[in-house]
Design a protein around this ligand. Structure first.
Ligand SMILES: Cc1ncc(COP(=O)(O)O)c(C=O)c1O
Length: 412
């Protein structure tokens, strides 16, 4: 069976070629991933050669527009959507904010919106604010011991007034994968729709949005090897009816309805480089086949997943062997059940001190509530100190993991 050629992968990322940057083990990937040259080259090309108003009908301008269109097409194909079902905004937080304004126009007073206390605030706060406009907000709550959501608790909350269920594919702290397809089916059966935050899931797997049958699906490209943009997938039937947040004369352009401001042309133009990176990984491992974009993406994420699976076990074993340490979410090293993101705290040592020791050993890690404030708070962890988070991606090496385990063994 083909396995990931890590040397090839790391060669694609300029950071691993830079002597100073390469001294670090990158383990705060849930905060933002490194970027491969397939993306940076396109960004530089845009700024140096085509940084003019796109779509104006002359050489560099048309080249700029074509690069932007290409990104729409490639990223849409990568998640099995149509190009005009995908829009780009500055970030997922701003995208949910705009979506909440749009959805509010179509709701009636008393309509119910369900949010969780497991999500990053991006998929909670924007919806909660709508309470001021007469909508009822209910919370699907985690088990405070584990930080996990139980779909049965959601089903008990849904009633005829429920119009929207906003939840995460995978929390940035609990890291456990929620059964999006089954939940979406149940929500649809009850006559409501879903808004899924896939920010912490997408770096580990680009899902097939048609297979999941989700209504809205959002993630941040700066965590999936790309520029600082947020991607919104909106199912065509919803995008055709959603209240237009863009200029009135752009009403008929689905991809502009949730984009009130002019988009970041350069970043959109280089975003297609994410799929080019996947494509180069595919060709390196499987040769030039006739597989389409979606098939290639699926094959590449299988390789990434196997690599991540191998990296997970020693870290999870290490953390599970420390009696004073609690890992948030399912504490199992199984890539099918969770992302390789390890958020933990100790009842002996402050998170800030654990993080300091890791950083001193040139491990790039994070310590915070990571904007999943409600989750941390519900679990009884001081949001001021938060959790330590080590979040891996396929480009991490077993040497990175050994370095982390050595430090953790010493201090925990
Ligand atoms: C799970 C999750 N959702 C949403 C966000 C917000 O994304 P953005 O920074 O693009 O607003 C983050 C950012 O860390 C996140 O981890």
């Amino acid at each position: 069976m083909t396995s990931l050629d890590l040397e090839f992968v790391r060669r694609q990322f300029p950071a691993f070629q830079d002597p100073q940057a390469a001294e670090w083990a990158y383990m705060e990937n849930a905060g933002g991933s490194l970027v491969p040259s397939q993306v940076t080259d396109k960004l530089i090309n845009f700024y140096t050669r085509t940084k003019v108003q796109p779509y104006a009908g002359y050489g560099p301008s048309d080249e700029a527009g074509a690069a932007m269109d290409r990104s729409h097409q490639l990223l849409a194909a990568a998640i099995n959507a149509d190009a005009d079902e995908v829009s780009f905004g500055p970030s997922t937080t701003q995208n949910t904010y705009v979506m909440a304004q749009a959805m509010a126009d179509d709701l009636s007073p008393g309509d119910k919106i369900i949010v969780t206390n497991q999500d990053h605030e991006a998929n909670i706060g924007a919806w909660r604010r709508l309470e001021n406009r007469g909508f009822s907000i209910k919370e699907w709550q985690v088990d405070p011991e584990t930080g996990l959501l139980n779909p049965e608790d959601l089903y008990a909350l849904i009633d005829k007034k429920t119009k929207l269920v906003c939840f995460t594919h995978c929390s940035n702290i609990a890291a456990t994968i929620n059964p999006v397809k089954a939940i979406t089916r149940a929500v649809h059966d009850a006559g409501a729709i879903v808004v899924v935050d896939a920010v912490s899931y997408a770096p580990h797997h680009f899902a097939d949005v048609k297979d999941l049958d989700v209504d809205f699906y959002l993630f941040s490209l700066y965590k999936t090897y790309g520029p600082h943009l947020g991607l919104i997938y909106g199912k065509r039937e919803h995008m055709e009816n959603i209240s237009n947040q863009g200029h009135f004369f752009n009403q008929s352009k689905l991809g502009k309805r949730l984009t009130p401001a002019g988009p970041n042309h350069a970043e959109i133009a280089c975003a297609g480089g994410i799929v080019d990176y996947f494509d180069d990984v595919y060709t390196h491992h499987f040769g030039n086949t006739r597989a389409g974009v979606r098939q290639r993406v699926e094959a590449v994420f299988n390789l990434f997943g196997e690599q991540e699976q191998q990296l997970m076990a020693p870290l999870m074993d290490c953390l599970n062997s420390k009696p004073a340490v609690k890992v948030v979410g399912l504490a199992v090293a199984d890539h099918r059940l969770r992302a390789p993101t390890f958020a933990f705290y100790s009842n002996r040592i402050k998170s800030v001190d654990i993080a300091k020791a890791l950083i001193a050993a040139k491990l790039g890690v994070g310590q915070d509530h990571f904007y999943a404030y409600r989750l941390i708070d519900t679990m009884g962890v001081d949001p001021g100190d938060g959790v330590v988070r080590l979040s891996l991606l396929h480009y991490n090496s077993s040497e990175d993991i050994n370095r982390a385990v050595n430090v953790l063994d010493e201090i925990l």
